[in-house]
Write a protein that binds this ligand. Structure first.
Ligand code: OSB
Ligand code: MG
Length: 372
């Protein structure tokens, strides 16, 4: 496929309810949607950045800069047959993984369409439905959290993740356990603790949690190994893993027993699949994280999560858990057994609805290859 035209848009979508974590509160999701055109095909991708550098150092502004000034010029007017060809063209660019992931995803979509394959098939997916859970933000108090969790269980979610932060941890787990007994439950600290807080996690070790996600610093793998040695509950790394090389270091150091894979955090679907394969070979389960994506990013996430070693439920909830109206058709809906269906149509397998996309677009820039 010859890459003839690339469009990037800064989108802003209102969440149905505020999402609070140890990193702050979000009421809107601001991402970059990438559209690639060539050979009569269109591909869509989503860069799940944020206005501020609080989850990762990348922001809407830095990703825009990396796309406009480096990544798009590297591929515009070039011919790519495989996503790896595009990754090779921008291989000199270090970091900026969320920016790369958005552009790479759009190319995957277009290239899968060129072959008449679903993205899941092209990635090597083996499931037609993927198990999912729901990630519940910090609430005003434990009672409010219990109400929120109860409503999600009522809707059919079979796995609950709650956010924790210093001073808002053990009491929340206790309240959810008291209200709902042995429901599959995990916690996510988003890097809010230090090794000195190990006793807090030792106290949680008897709570039957599926895993404890990213308790310590966002780039650490060393202290996590020390903490993991003190716990029976698996530690799962999110923020600390940026590549398959990081995954190998963390596994060899015994820093975690589970890895959360998010294509944005690791630079795309190709690197995500490499982490998946590495973990499968080492006997570690993986699961698909989420960044409150629109239906465009969600469709790619569901496709990736259909790979065989995504055995734990993903943070890939239904469209309505996030937004009043998604920007794709069909929207993602929760199915039987707390699953989402993997789209089977070509590429991401969902249609972008142009007027809905236009309504959430804040800024748009288009790049064209010179005619040949
Ligand atoms: O740490 O997993 C996280 C959202 C934004 C940034 C980081 C995280 C999250 C979530 C949301 O937990 C998961 C979802 O998309 O449902
Ligand atoms: Mg996380």
């Amino acid at each position: 496929m010859r890459i003839e035209r690339i469009e990037i848009r800064h989108t802003k979508m209102e969440l149905v309810s505020a999402f609070e974590t140890s990193m702050g509160v979000e009421r809107h999701e601001e991402h970059i949607i990438v559209r690639v055109d060539g050979d009569g095909l269109t591909g869509w991708g989503e860069s799940a950045v944020a206005p501020g550098p609080f989850y990762s150092y990348e922001t809407v502004g830095t990703a825009w800069h990396a796309l406009r000034d480096f990544l798009i010029p590297a591929v515009l007017g070039r011919t790519v047959a495989e996503p790896a060809d595009a990754a090779a063209l921008w291989s000199r660019v270090r970091g900026h993984r969320m920016a790369k992931a958005g552009l790479e995803a759009a190319l995957w979509d277009a290239l899968a369409k060129a072959r008449g394959l679903s993205l899941a098939r092209m990635l090597g997916g083996v499931r037609d439905r993927v198990p999912v859970g729901v990630s519940v933000g910090l609430q005003e108090n434990p009672e409010a959290l219990v109400r929120k969790v109860g409503a999600y269980l009522e809707e059919g979610y079979g796995r609950i993740k709650i956010k924790i932060a210093p001073g808002r941890d053990a009491a929340l787990v206790k309240a959810v356990r008291a209200a709902f007994g042995p429901v599959p439950l995990q916690v996510d600290a988003n890097s809010a603790y230090s090794l000195d807080d190990a006793p807090i996690f030792e106290a949680l070790d008897g709570a039957g949690l599926l895993l404890i996600e990213q308790p310590l610093s966002h780039e650490d793998i060393f202290d996590h190994a020390k903490l993991q040695a003190r716990l029976r509950t698996p530690i799962c790394l999110d923020e600390s893993i940026h590549s398959a090389a990081d995954a190998r270091a963390a596994v060899e150091m015994k820093s975690c027993r589970v890895i959360n894979i998010k294509p944005g955090r690791v630079g795309g679907l190709l690197e995500s699949a490499a982490i998946h394969d590495y973990c499968a070979g080492r006997g570690l389960p993986v699961w698909h994280g989420g960044m409150l994506e629109s239906g465009i990013g969600r469709a790619a996430n569901v496709a990736l999560a259909s790979l065989p070693n995504f055995t734990l439920p993903g943070d890939i909830s239904a469209s309505r858990r996030y937004f009043k109206q998604d920007i794709v058709e069909p929207e993602f809906v929760l199915g039987p057994g707390s699953t989402l269906a993997v789209p089977t149509g070509p590429g991401i397998g969902v249609e972008v609805v142009p007027d809905r996309l236009a309504r959430v677009t804040e800024r748009i820039e288009t790049f064209r290859a010179e005619a040949i």
